[in-house]
Design a protein around this ligand. Structure first.
Ligand code: FES
Length: 170
């Protein structure tokens, strides 16, 4: 997560660049209902996550409270608050998935690949995160690899999916 030190390190030129980009997104979605979410999508598409300093500039540009932005960012599992790996892996640990064995999925990823929940691998290829519900409880246990949902996931099917990504990486 961004620390206050990171924010201090930013040069005035960096801040100006952020302000300009934010203004572009604000102009793009001006007057559109739900524009806050759309702007946050744009930021994440461009940066891979939503850095805190961008949220601070966005709060100023929209004249809203920073807390309102974080309400949205933390409500939707789609948004990342820190840099992610090239491949984002989410394992649902909501009630339905927990009952159907989501802990086994996470254990397999830890054992097999050395992934750590909430962390990105040092080569920046993979991030593993838990989410509370992916909205597909009838298909539990559910995992999401990048934008693909794995229904009724097993340790084997999840490993197979990740290994297929490795082949793409070489
Ligand atoms: S609890 Fe896992 S998808 Fe809803």
């Amino acid at each position: 997560m961004t620390t206050p030190t990171d924010i201090i390190k930013q040069s005035p030129e960096d801040k100006e660049k952020i302000r300009t980009r934010i203004q572009k997104y604000v102009d793009r979605w001006r007057g559109v209902e739900g524009n806050l979410i759309m702007i946050l999508h744009d930021i994440q598409e461009a940066e891979g996550y939503v850095p805190r300093e961008w949220s601070m500039e966005l709060a100023k540009a929209l004249d809203i409270n920073l807390g309102r932005i974080y309400e949205v960012l933390t409500f939707y599992t789609y948004f990342n608050l820190k840099p992610c790996g090239k491949h984002a892996i989410h394992v649902c640990t909501g009630t339905a998935c927990h009952i159907k064995g989501s802990a086994k999925l996470i254990d397999e990823l830890k054992t097999r690949f050395g992934f750590v929940v909430g962390e990105t691998t040092p080569d920046r290829l993979y991030s593993l995160n838990e989410v509370r519900c992916l909205g597909a409880c009838g298909l539990a246990p559910v995992a999401r690899v990048n934008h693909e949902i794995l229904a009724k996931a097993t340790p084997e099917s999840l490993v197979e999916k990740i290994e297929s990504l490795e082949k793409v990486n070489v």
